[in-house]
Design a protein around this ligand. Sequence first.
Ligand SMILES: Cc1ncc(COP(=O)(O)O)c(C=O)c1O
Length: 425
Amino acid sequence: MSEVIPEFSQNANNMRKSVIRELLKLTQQPNIISFAGGLPAPETFPVHDLEEATQQVYKKSAVAALQYGATEGENPLKAELIKYERSRGIQVEKGNLLITSASQQALDMMPKIFLDPGDCVLAERPTYLGAIQAIQSYQGKIIGIPSSADNDGFDMVEMGKRYERAKAYGEKVKYIYVIPDFQNPSGICWSLEKRKALLDFAYREKLFVVEDAPYREIRFMGESIPSIYELDQKGKNEGNVICLKTFSKILAPGTRVGWILAREDIIQKLVIAKQAIDLCTSPFMQYVIAEYLSMGKLDALIQATRDNYREKRNFMLKMLDKYMPKRFDLTWTKPEGGLFLWISLPHYIDTEKMFYRAVEKNVAYVIGSAFYFDEAELNCMRINFSYSSFEQIEEGVKRLASVIQDEIDAHESGPRGQTCPEGIC
Ligand SMILES: Cc1ncc(COP(=O)(O)O)c(C=O)c1O
């Protein structure tokens, strides 16, 4: 938590520094193999196609692209996105779309339009740090819901209990925030059953569901499961799902362009909120992306990205099997999509303390506690497999395994291990 300065607003004093960004600063040294960032593989960026698209924008629509634009977004991009969504079975009209400066901006707008100080959001525990920061900066509270034993979404029984308890204490729950496809950080993908159960609960309790879907397209194995937004469209169609999409993981994060799908009245409120933030998302970038989409190459790019990440994920799993200490209490997820693995370590290892030793050995990860907004679990970490080369994955896992082995050895040979009276260390 950063220092409280009385002159700052309560909102500003509530803003937390990003632990990830602070720790990432330590990983800038040249020899570090960093599994910390959530960076897409640079080799997937369609550099030449984007160059071509940019030239076309200069030729065809330079003045419009260089001018201020409508807050809702530029028409050529909206038209392309309507085609894109329809090709995936989602029916949207222009009024259901808002172009954003990528999903992080959308995440900031959710508490901005829904929360009064003290209002609550139900969210997965752990969840994406950027969403936690956004909610807390508007003095929102997060009620954490653990995932089920099957790791297929919320533990619905626990959710019901926590929701009822919050209501009994007079708390106002305003929306549910979930990342159903390849969650950041855990990699969990929600089952169809859980998606439907959540939607039914949201209908019953008249709650909005904010479905954050940056990794939805990055499924590299298994069957695709309908999004909650789609389930609502094909179900009661109450329009209580707000879906956040982005070009960051399917094209390039430097574009900083995303979009929101929602009911028209919600889009209109978001437009007013966005006017005060940035007037509009860069029209120039919107034109470039619209031009790129009109080339018809995005689907092939997404497929190539999936192929790339499948290979890297498989390789990382192989390296973990090869190098990690073999123990029942050292496990990792095997996601079918996304960019991350989640590693759980023996209970006595604090990954924040271990982080500095890992950096000394030139390897980095994100400490698990960064993704908790309540009592943090300390013995876990998130590692990214999309960014590093195969050589770096092997060497990085080898280094990480040796840091973890050192921790285990220190614990097992340390005074606590020898003298623990209950024999439970
Ligand atoms: C779950 C989730 N939501 C939103 C974002 C923000 O993405 P962007 O602002 O690049 O679209 C990220 C970034 O990694 C993320 O993991």
